[in-house]
Design a protein around this ligand. Structure first.
Ligand code: URA
Length: 435
């Protein structure tokens, strides 16, 4: 078999066999197929799509590119949550400590920023010293000690996703149902979990802009989980505007700490509690989702979730003092406000452009090898449906370099759609899909 023939086959809308997909995934993971050929294949997939059986083959080839963890020696059920990504989407860092404090194990393999969206691993690295690159033995130790661990794909676990994820990010080949399913489900199934809660985003800041595409993606992932005997459910949630007030890295960690302290923006708190509630229920820690929700609330109210977060940070080499003193997180050198050019109501946002503006300021990658500036960030002051006066601040940009500040500022200002009519608000949780 030759990669060039498989690229041509997909370019011409052909359907790959399982052996062909195995050849591409294993060849790329081992370094035998170069980036340029894999990039061409990814673009052909993006343009032509994949069938259900191709998606299943891709997911399995990616899953078995490395080890599947066996955590059966750890007590209790192992549960996780994964989001398809968005702007200000920070719930993992809140619900992992909530659910671990509530008695389940959360072995979380996360991703870095992808396309215009932020990544959990990059956010965690804004905590001084935090190490997301644990060996398997270290990961097990952390899970045993505190019930939660957050790492990235490694050479041992989901190595195909480690390479493909970075390549998709740099080649604009992210928004494809088969590729997203392969990426998410291969990492998650490799974790040795019993159950998984998916948060599939829809709206202008999501990869799936249309709700029907989000539902389709969720159904494909639920089906994939079911085939391998895992309990999987999915929430379809709103990403027509950023989640919470903060988007960036260090400032998102600060917002998570606010929620763990019992405060924080209502939408971040609501979604974190709902996702935690489902994790407790699927992990058989509670009889139903309502009980799961009240357990999650208790974990925050008693401070147990916050203490768990500190313990998790310490065990992964980070400085736990940031939890009581968020000022220790990196701060931008300067701030500038983005003012509204008109009076009216915020009717919509082009949420994807907030993520692109953030990347322009150094808070995202344009090439695989780019470093992230963890201090830069956006703080939003207005949400859809809010009244705004001319000259009132819509957002504040925290930045370190002015080279592309003007470009970012214009992009953010233009991403708020201000109109005269108060818009109808969308619910945060649009649907819940179960197998
Ligand atoms: N999150 C992932 O881990 N992979 C994707 O492809 C998209 C979101």
């Amino acid at each position: 078999m030759r990669a060039v023939d498989l690229i041509r086959k997909k370019r011409d809308s052909g359907e790959h066999s399982r052996e062909e997909i195995d050849f591409l995934v294993s060849g790329y993971t081992r370094g035998e197929i170069p980036d340029y050929q894999m990039a061409a294949w990814l673009m052909a997939v993006w343009l032509r799509g994949m069938s259900g059986s191709e998606t299943a083959s891709l997911t399995e080839a990616m899953l078995y590119s490395g080890e599947v963890l066996d955590l059966s020696d750890l007590p209790g059920k192992k549960v996780d949550k994964h989001s398809t990504g968005g702007i200000g989407d920070k719930t993992s860092l809140i619900l992992a400590p909530i659910v671990a404090a509530g008695g389940l194990t959360v072995p979380m393999i996360s991703g870095r920023g992808l396309g215009h969206t932020g990544g959990t691993l990059d956010k965690l690295e804004s905590i001084p010293g935090f190490n997301v690159n644990l060996s398997l033995a270290q990961f097990r130790h952390v899970l045993k000690e505190c019930g939660m661990g957050l790492i990235g794909p490694t050479k041992e676990i989901a190595p195909a996703d480690k390479k493909l994820y970075a390549l998709r990010d740099a080649t604009s080949t992210v928004e494809n149902i088969g590729l997203i399913c392969g990426s998410i489900m291969s990492k998650k199934l490799a974790e040795g979990i019993d159950a998984l809660v998916l948060d599939v985003k829809t709206g202008s800041g999501a990869f799936m802009k249309r709700e029907e595409d989000a539902v389709n993606l969720a159904e494909v992932m639920i089906e994939t989980g079911k085939r391998v005997g895992k309990k999987v459910i999915s929430l379809i949630t709103d990403m027509d505007q950023p989640l919470g007030r903060a988007a960036g890295h260090a400032n998102e960690i600060a917002e998570c700490i606010e929620v763990l302290n019992g405060g924080g923006p209502a939408d971040v708190r609501e979604l974190s509690l709902e996702l935690s509630a489902w994790m407790f229920y699927l992990g058989e820690r509670t009889k139903n989702v309502e009980e799961g929700r009240s357990l999650a609330e208790t974990m925050i109210a008693t401070g147990q979730a916050k203490e768990k977060f500190k313990q998790g940070i310490r065990l992964q080499g980070g400085d736990p003092r940031v939890v009581d003193e968020p000022g220790r997180l990196s701060q931008p050198r300067s701030h500038v406000q983005v003012l509204s050019a008109a009076a009216g109501y915020v009717c919509a946002t082009n949420c994807e452009h907030f993520g692109i503006a953030l990347a322009t300021l150094g808070g995202g990658r344009e090439k695989k090898e780019d470093a992230i500036d963890h201090g830069v960030g956006l703080q939003f002051h207005k949400r859809i449906g809010d009244r705004v006066e001319q000259g009132e601040p819509l957002a504040t940009i925290g930045y370190n370099a002015d080279a592309r500040l003007a470009e970012a500022k214009t992009m953010i200002a233009e991403s708020f759609d201000i109109g005269l009519e108060m818009p109808r608000k969308q619910p945060l949780i649009r649907r819940i899909l179960q197998a």
